[in-house]
Write a protein that binds this ligand. Sequence first.
Ligand SMILES: Cc1ncc(COP(=O)(O)O)c(C=O)c1O
Length: 387
Amino acid sequence: MTPSDRLNQLPDGVFQELAIAAHERRKKGLDVIDLSVGSPDLPPPPHAVEALLRAAQDPREYRYAITALPEFHEAVARFYERYGVTLDPEREVLQLAGSQDGLSHLALTFLNPGDVALIPDPGYPIYDAGVRLAGARVEPIPVDAETLQPRFDAIPPEVWRQAKMMILNFPSNPTAAIATRGTLERAVALAKQHDLLLVHDFAYSELVFDGVQPISLLSIPGAKEVAIEFNSLSKTYNLAGARIAYAVGCPDALAALRKLKSHIDFGVFLPVQRAAIAALTTPWDGYEHQRAVYAERRDALCEALGEAGWPVRKPAATMFLWAQTPGGQPSYPFALALLKETGVAVTPGIAFGSRGEGHVRMAFVHDIPVLREAARRIGAWLRQHHG
Ligand SMILES: Cc1ncc(COP(=O)(O)O)c(C=O)c1O
């Protein structure tokens, strides 16, 4: 059996290779501190769990959902008021089975083989994989090493002419950067000038620290004419395994994605939709609480790594630390050796694109004592191997 050329052009999942190395360690009775996957460890809101349990006891909730409950669309529209954005619940909201669902089907919806999509480098891997699966071509948007903003000026004019889609992601996975308003305004202007679909992945919209206000792309005047924004309940409400998210914005673009999805899936399990509606509409102190928990972990991890001889830049948002490898070592051998010899699993920057090389990403999805232990092991290992 031979997989398709379409599949063969994708790299083997780095996450999977690291998982095998972690498994080998555990088989030997050794532990693993897993900082490699951004899977939230905090609990979902209790009212969401209650709504899910209540619905799960009703046999009628087990039919195909087919489409979203109208209350879900209304709940998203109300939630988006916090970003200063008004949405028409019927035309400007599309439910997804996770934003990965939407992002992976995006290129199939909008690109023909040979078309060009601009994606951030480094960037979240599904952008690249989705474009390649559609037979389209990826062109990188270089990310400035200092400001962590996209360097639109570095994109050649002929690439702008060919591009049909541009994807941005703020707060960013992996760099943890927040967009400046100027970046988003420029992106909207460029999308209009070059007649391309602008896509913003806003999955970490609620994990922004130090009192900074997150900016929705749709709050930029004129954005809705050219742009859609993805957001998710995975990180905001710790519902990552429940698989529910949404896209908002340009009605024509959402209608196209809705059409593709109507051929692929039958909607999100109704009890999960009920949980999401409860999460989006119930007043909750968890937004601030989570920001405080992640910010405290961030501070502890940065401090502990600094003490361990690995100074790192403090992330402004997300649950990720984006750190240069000591001495700029290649990220994959570094991450693999670190995992095998200390049990600390981090993600090699190369998994996020060629400009991610020389970096690793650490997810602070553990309590502070565990993060300190990870830093302690890293420090001892660095002293042993790198002087
Ligand atoms: C930037 C970014 N976008 C999208 C996703 C996927 O989220 P979801 O659980 O909604 O599919 C993730 C998950 O880690 C992410 O980091």
